[in-house]
Structures are given as C-alpha cells and as structure tokens.
Write a protein that binds this ligand. Structure first.
Ligand code: MF3
Ligand code: CO
Ligand code: CO
Length: 263
C-alpha cells in the first residue's frame, strides 16, 4: 500500500466534499445551546446532509458506528455517540466531527463549541488545541515531512502543559474515509520518512488533553475518554499539499488561521 496522489479531477471533488462538510458545522452552530441533546444535533445534521446537501454521512454504519456525526463532550476525547438522552449544559466544551461523502469523495472536519459561558481553563484548552491544528497545517508544503507537522503540534501542546493523545491520529482521505498515511500528532523518528508531495490529501486532527495523555475505551466500544477524566479538545481539517504549500478543503466561511500570539 502507498500514499495516493490525487489527480486534479479528484482534488476538485474533494474541494466540493470538504466545503459541504464545513457547511454542516456552520449550519449546526446556532443549535449548540444548553438543553439540546446530542441526539437532536445529530438528527439535524443527518437531515441537512441527506435532504439539503445530497451527501452521505460517512460515519453512519462505518465499522458499525451508529450515527451521522461524533459528538464528544468534556472528558470525551473522540467518537462520542449522539444520544437522545444526553443534554448539553452551560460550561461544557464539545467537539462535533462530521464526514460527508459527495460524488464518491470524503470531506472530514471537526471543531469545538462552547456551550454558554465556559470556565477560562476550558476555553484555554480549546484555544490551544486550535492553535496546535494551525501550527501543524503551517508546516505543510512539498518536501516537508509528517515529522515537522507532529513536532509543531506536540511542542505547542507541551509548552502549555497539555498532552497529545497517541492512540488516534489524522489520516489520508479520498475515495476511502481512512487511507495512508497515519498523521500522528506526536513526533516519532519514522515520521521523518513520510515526505509530503503535491496531491497528497490528509487530515490533521490533534486531540489535546488537559491532564495526562492516556485514554480509555468505554463499554460501548466507541466512546474514548481521558483516563484521568480531565478535559480533552480537538479540531480537524482536511487539506491537500499544493506546489508551494497547502489548500484547506474544509475551511468555514470567514475562518482565518488561528495561531498563537507572537508567532
Ligand atoms: N471523523 C472521525 C475522524 O476524524 C472518524 C469517525 S469514525 C466513527 O477520523 F466511526 F467513529 F464515526
Ligand atoms: Co473527523
Ligand atoms: Co478524520
């Protein structure tokens, strides 16, 4: 198996899929309020994808996953299952992760939302996780390596006394949801061998923990939580390597690079 280089026709389809995935997150934003259930949010997104966009929700039945989005609150790291009995409450931080398929190609993106007013320590974690995503993105250009991406993310997380989740990572994406390579968010020597080339399409989606990096899988076999029950935050984009840098497919309207001060 090897990393697939996408043709310009494939890239155009992924641009469309990515924009539609971003649009789901824009659409859901005003609904993310105290008292709404994660099941209701999932239903609204499912309906929007299937009836308004004509997209297929990629997570639904993916390896048995039972919903059209992942919704991960507070100590949930990723793959939270939407639930008609789970209400958001003021002060929660929540990740909503959506992947759509359009014309055979995937667009995958996630972001954090603050439910009402949140505590400064929770906001800071979400903000630093977002900076980690953008610092990783900034490294993307031909002949850089995935080591550069991972190091930038890990350094910023650790400088802020946070930790990087190791068990889950970003991924190549295209006609398949998860393709090679694995985009780790912490540095390993093997990553130095993964050289970026124009036409490679992948996600960057760091999961940053307030406490220790260790995670635990719940009995539903999907929900991943922090072992120490402290908060976790994640932001995700899908992007392509271009001849002189990158193009993000899942950018939301008005979204700008989100980088630390003095960077
Ligand atoms: N969207 C997630 C990712 O970024 C994957 C979710 S797979 C599911 O890769 F099965 F949990 F939905
Ligand atoms: Co995702
Ligand atoms: Co992903």
């Amino acid at each position: 198996m090897a990393i697939k280089i996408k043709s310009s026709e494939e890239i155009e389809k992924m641009r469309v899929a990515g924009k539609l995935a971003a649009e789901v997150l824009e659409m859901i934003e005003p609904h993310v309020l105290p008292g709404v259930t994660t099941g209701e949010l999932n239903s609204i997104m499912h309906k929007h994808m299937t009836e308004v966009q004509g997209t297929t929700p990629a997570t639904l039945n993916y390896h048995g996953f039972p919903a059209s989005s992942c919704i991960s609150i507070n100590q949930v790291v990723c793959h939270g299952i939407p639930d008609d009995k789970k209400k958001l409450k003021k002060g929660d931080i929540v990740n909503i992760d959506v992947t759509v398929i359009k014309d055979g190609y995937h667009g995958d993106t996630s972001r954090m939302f603050e439910v009402g007013e949140v505590k400064p320590f929770a906001k800071r974690l979400s903000d630093v996780a977002r900076e980690c995503l953008w610092l990783g993105i900034e490294q993307v250009k031909p002949y850089a390596t995935l080591y550069d991406v991972a190091s930038a993310i890990q350094k910023h997380a650790e400088k802020n006394n946070y930790s990087v989740v190791k068990e889950y990572c970003g991924h190549g994406i295209g006609a398949d949801f998860h393709e090679e390579p694995q985009v780790l968010h912490y540095a390993t020597d093997e990553l130095k061998n993964i050289v970026l080339n124009p036409g490679m399409v992948f996600t960057i989606e760091p999961m940053i923990n307030q406490g220790k990096a260790s995670v635990k899988l719940l009995g539903d076999n999907w929900t991943v939580i922090t072992k120490d029950r402290k908060l976790s935050a994640q932001w995700e984009h899908t992007l392509v390597v271009t001849k002189d840098g990158y193009e993000i497919f899942t950018l939301r309207n008005g979204e700008r690079p989100y980088l630390p001060n003095n960077h």
